[in-house]
Write a protein that binds this ligand. Structure first.
Ligand code: NAG
Ligand code: NAG
Ligand code: NAG
Ligand code: NAG
Ligand code: NAG
Ligand code: NAG
Ligand code: NAG
Ligand code: NAG
Ligand code: ZN
Length: 474
């Protein structure tokens, strides 16, 4: 029998938490929109038919690699505004490299990439917890959940831990469901990340059976997640988004590889910041010199495009950030720029790649949503209707919390909801993008502003640079 005092204690807690809306996002790295088929993903297909289904995928961020795209989903900001401009990149003010996945094998860099100084904006897991009222977030392998962004470390974060087998994936799902249902401090926002099928796609032809088998496993896993939620009576109350960061396309190694060494004549003349380049001013190299070299190489090998940073079109939202180098290269679909030193590591005759322009259909991620807030049996006909930055204001709306103004727009995506979320239905997307460029926290703070554009380079960073360029564009 409960003591009266205990009842008083328990009741308000139940009263409070029953009303907190629940949201689950499951994201599969490299899951292209057209992988959702009745044959390959029968379960996700069935969910797609019942809920909201972007039949041609959605628009992602210009530079279609993992870290920038996940951080755009997490913050609602375009790449130039949230500052994660690549999987690995260089910051001229820090005079240091970002390398979240430890591609360089340098633990100092990998650990340093968890430092909040790299990250602008407010990720949704913080927005949710900051709203209070018992709201808590849980992130399973979700990129950057282990970074101390805005000086806050996430409580329920299990960081990336490599490429695990199916049984381990099930345990991850069990843990996530436990976070939702545990009596003490249950979460109301769950973020699940799986590094497949991307890893399998990089390892050979993206149309081989190893890849389709992996996609089938992810479909089974999704079905497993839905079964667990049903067993806990959460199916009717939780809103679920299934999506990805980017697609994939095949590269033919024998004909379609290019190297930075050849494009610039000498790799030592540039600082590599993913596929953008700073001139090595300490070697008397100028922006114009590297631009002219890239142009003349391109004219003979029209397999990529060359831009001066200042010429980059607005709709890339990939320009106004000091971490983007003065000269930007972007491969045409099916080509791959690497370095001479790492050419040997490409062992497959045909293999999957991404990082191409978001305007190629092959680079688009899938998108499916279901739950009480979403329309049923509703298709999003064209990919331009939803931008992945819109997911942040959508999640905030589903969570019934206020959020900072970001690049994403709730009023652009609210047509997938049963009940309109916008007082004034202003459906016309603003062609110039969100007013000016402001991110809530501004662009990455130039804490050690050098005062001139000349780069100060220590020998250490040059050494790290050589290491890192071998790992660009994973
Ligand atoms: C980074 O990779 C190196 C080489 O594989 C490894 O020894 C090191 O433990 C890794 N560091 C971190 C922080 O993951
Ligand atoms: C690893 O990165 C740190 C930080 O930039 C640097 O000081 C160090 O020299 C690097 N280690 C190696 C082996 O390159
Ligand atoms: C982050 O928190 C630590 C310890 O709480 C504090 O010393 C530091 O000044 C904070 N940094 C920022 C940028 O707020
Ligand atoms: C299941 O959840 C619904 C709310 O979504 C609630 O009305 C119902 O009572 C719950 N059933 C059980 C058996 O807990
Ligand atoms: C890069 O490698 C290719 C093929 O091995 C070679 O022809 C070329 O000279 C190298 N480029 C540089 C700048 O070393
Ligand atoms: C760069 O140019 C200056 C002035 O012409 C010269 O003194 C210096 O040696 C040059 N540095 C290199 C690395 O060529
Ligand atoms: C879904 O909608 C289509 C047309 O919009 C209709 O033909 C179909 O019967 C609907 N399916 C279900 C299960 O309601
Ligand atoms: C949303 O939150 C407000 C308080 O901020 C509350 O009054 C309202 O009932 C909530 N709506 C839902 C659907 O939970
Ligand atoms: Zn990815």
């Amino acid at each position: 029998m409960l003591k009266p005092s205990l009842i008083f204690f328990i009741l308000p807690i139940f009263g409070c938490c029953q009303t907190i809306p629940k949201v689950l996002v499951m994201a599969f790295d490299g899951m292209r929109w057209d992988y959702i088929t009745p044959e390959m993903t029968p379960f996700i297909w069935s969910i797609a038919q019942k809920g909201v289904f972007a039949v041609q995928g959605i628009t992602n961020q210009m530079f279609t690699v993992t870290a920038p795209n996940f951080y755009s989903i997490s913050t609602g900001l375009h790449e130039e505004n949230h500052g994660i401009v690549g999987n690995t990149f260089y910051d001229p003010h820090f005079n240091d490299y970002f390398d979240y996945w430890n591609f360089s094998g340098n633990s100092t860099l990998a650990r340093g990439s968890r430092d909040g100084r790299w990250y602008s904006g407010e990720p949704i897991w913080q927005t949710n917890e900051n709203a209070g009222g018992g709201r808590r977030s849980g992130a399973m392998r979700w990129p950057a959940c282990d970074a101390s962004i805005n000086n806050i470390s996430m409580t329920n974060c299990m960081p990336f831990d490599g490429y695990l087998p199916f049984v381990e994936w099930q345990l991850e799902i069990d843990q996530l469901v436990t976070w939702f249902t545990q009596p003490n401090n249950p979460i109301n926002l769950g973020l699940y990340y799986n590094p497949q099928p991307d890893h399998m796609e990089h390892g050979g032809d993206i149309y081989r059976t190893d890849v389709t088998d992996t996609i089938r496993d992810l479909d089974l896993l999704t079905s497993y997640m839905f079964d667990q939620l049903k067993a806990k009576n959460l199916s009717d109350s939780i809103n679920i988004i299934l999506t990805a960061d980017h697609g994939h396309a095949n590269v033919n190694r024998a004909y379609n590889m290019l190297t930075i060494d050849d494009i610039f004549g000498n790799i030592d003349d540039v600082i590599v910041s993913q596929l953008s380049f700073f001139p090595r001013t300490d070697r008397n190299v100028t922006t114009d010199m590297i631009y002219q070299r890239a142009l003349s190489y391109r004219d003979k090998n029209p397999k990529f495009d060359v831009y001066l940073k200042s010429e980059i079109p607005d709709d890339w939202h990939y320009r106004d950030n000091d971490r983007i180098g003065d000269v930007v290269l972007i491969e045409k679909l099916g080509y791959k720029i690497t370095t001479n030193a790492s050419l040997h590591s490409y062992t497959h005759a045909v293999f999957g790649q991404h990082g191409y322009s978001k305007f190629y259909p092959e680079m688009r991620p899938f998108f499916v949503a279901t739950g009480p807030a979403f329309k049923s049996n509703f298709t999003v006909a064209t990919p331009d209707l939803i931008d992945s930055v819109d997911l942040y204001p959508l999640m905030a709306h589903l969570l019934n919390i206020s959020a900072p103004k970001v690049d994403g727009q709730l009023c652009r995506i609210d047509f997938i909801l049963r009940q309109s979320a916008c007082a004034e239905p202003t459906k016309t997307p603003d062609p110039t993008g969100p007013t000016g460029s402001p991110s809530p926290t501004g662009s990455p703070s130039p804490t050690n502003s050098p005062g001139s554009s000349a780069l100060h380079l220590s020998n250490v960073v040059v050494a790290v640079s050589l290491l890192l360029v071998h790992f660009i564009l994973q």
